[in-house]
Write a protein that binds this ligand. Structure first.
Ligand SMILES: C[S@@+](CC[C@H](N)C(=O)[O-])C[C@H]1O[C@@H](n2cnc3c(N)ncnc32)[C@H](O)[C@@H]1O
Length: 254
């Protein structure tokens, strides 16, 4: 199965079902548990046992975790391979997946108690439109939970493919949504890249051996992943990118 670029390397290193940064409570925490912890940091904000929509679910780690925690979750992602992989690894048949772009998902007004967006906002050219769509699918009092990187300085979006940090507040204000919390958790995610690079050094041969039959260019892919991770890590360390955890509430119902 040909998962999107870099994802098979990430998955063969972590076996986590996640393709995002980890949330480290201490530098001693291991990557696998930090990856699980990231989407769970705002679990207490989700309306009890209500349905959740996991937008850009990738290979379904978050979707499955939330279902196991008592929130029946639907994951949506446009990648055929990711959705097939997600269906194959889910721990419970209660976890549901659908292959579609969020923009093309049939509107289901007031169906969900929460919408999760873990490292997907960069794929939406207009953040306001994406949040409006999410809010439309929320019950009154429901929440949108966002974990993502945002750009601090005024860098043009065609150079840095992330939204400005201020964009979330502006979109929420425009839509009449309430920002319950917007917290920079950059320090908690920063150990992710060093730990990944360390795992890559340690298990490189095993990863190459395991993936080469399907991916003859896996060594080049690993080099490219290492370079991209380092660029991302440098941008975080020099303050161009911040990692935010944000909860936005739909006060009314649409
Ligand atoms: C960085 S990955 C994050 C995956 C997952 N949320 C996680 O945390 O493991 C971004 C995901 O967004 C998905 N994506 C891209 N464009 C999308 C869209 N228009 N609607 C929904 N998902 C999209 C990609 O296929 C990819 O799986």
């Amino acid at each position: 199965m040909h998962l999107p670029h870099s994802l098979p390397i990430y998955e063969s290193l972590t076996r986590s079902g996640h393709y995002h940064f980890g949330y480290f409570s201490s530098t001693k925490q291991n990557l696998r548990s930090a990856l699980d912890d990231l989407p769970l940091t705002q679990l207490h904000r989700l309306p009890h046992r209500e349905r959740v929509l996991d937008v850009g679910c990738g290979i379904g780690g978050t979707t499955d975790l939330l279902t196991q925690r008592g929130f029946p979750t639907l994951g949506v992602d446009p990648s055929r391979e990711s959705i097939a992989y997600a269906c194959g690894r889910r721990a419970t048949p209660m976890t549901k997946f659908v292959r579609r772009r969020f923009e093309q998902l049939r509107p289901q007004p007031a169906r969900f108690g929460a919408v999760m967006m873990v490292e997907v906002t960069q794929h939406f050219a207009c953040l306001t439109r994406a949040l409006a769509r999410a809010a439309h699918m929320l019950q009154p009092g429901g929440v949108i939970v966002i974990h993502d990187l945002f750009v601090v300085p005024d860098l043009p979006r065609d150079r840095v493919p992330y939204h400005q940090r201020s964009a979330l507040q502006e979109a929420a204000r425009e839509l009449g949504l309430e920002v319950l919390t917007q917290e920079a958790i950059t320090e908690h995610v920063t150990p992710t890249v060093p730990q990944l690079l360390q795992l890559l050094r340690k298990y490189r041969r095993r990863v190459v051996h395991g993936l080469r039959p399907d991916r003859p260019d896996v060594e080049a892919e690993i080099r490219e992943l290492e370079t991209n991770l380092q660029v991302l890590h440098d941008a975080i360390r020099n303050g161009d990118l911040v990692y935010e955890s944000c909860v936005i509430r739909n006060p009314g119902g649409w």
